[in-house]
Write a protein that binds this ligand. Sequence first.
Ligand code: HEC
Length: 276
Amino acid sequence: MKQSLLITALLGILGTLPMTAQATPAEDVQTYRDFFMKRFPGVPLEEFANGVYSIDQVSRDSWEAIEEFPPYEPSIEDGEAMWNKAFANGKSYSSCFPDGPAIMGKYPHWDDGKGMVMTLPLAVNNCRTANGEKPLKYAKGSINKLLSYIGYESRGQVTNVGIPNAAALAAYEDGKQFYFARRGQLNMSCSHCHMQQSGRHLRTDVLSPALGHTTGFPVYRSKWGGQGTLHRRYKGCNKQVRAKPFKPQGEEYRNLEYFMTHMNNGIAINSPSARK
Ligand code: HEC
């Protein structure tokens, strides 16, 4: 049932492209990439990290002006202070992350011991609770500052998400299924807007290509008047089709992140970033 639904969705969207349930993750990456490179000829792979600004010159101009005085800059400094501040027990984040803050490129990954996809925000909160600190909220608020600092320190690391075993592959397939499944009162999938309709207008927005979607988070968004995590964005996009959003850092969104980040293998991290 699950598989035939997915195949139907994929065939509907991709025509005869081979991104079916049977394709391997490596074949999926190729299909997905080819789809966008063909749809937006002349846009270099690396550019897709800039979302809609990779394909829409009008909004790119105002974005380049914003980037001269980036609205996320204070967050990077605040996040650095958070990173260095001792917990009540005297330890700090570096006790959990001995390699230092430049670690965004290691996430998400399959955690074999826990049997689940481990994301960076979850690892941050695991570190906090292991040291007797309260977990941070996953969508808005100060987690974005810490992630901005970690992201900034990790800029240039190339996305390289592995799928090491069958359990990891099952999580990946689950995320892929989520991406192509219709949902909500509008009965639309992620791929409807960010593949099939990418580059077209939805009200005042130009729909960004899905390729590159994970590399710039957390994002400062003028519409939010602040920063948000990738899972905050997922919630917003679920609500746009009038579907009930899932819990940030719950299994559904973590698996979705695993799939989407794998699709961006080869594209460098450019976190944090700004969007209109
Ligand atoms: C009804 C159309 C629609 C659907 C369906 C939709 N989105 Fe979006 N999404 C948008 C719009 C509009 C934006 C803001 C403009 C842009 O960047 O595309 C956006 C932005 C995003 C961004 C931020 C891109 C960036 O560069 O800042 C991500 C990530 C994203 N969507 C993921 C998803 C995922 C995952 C799904 C499925 C759960 C989804 N979207 C479903 C319309 C949609």
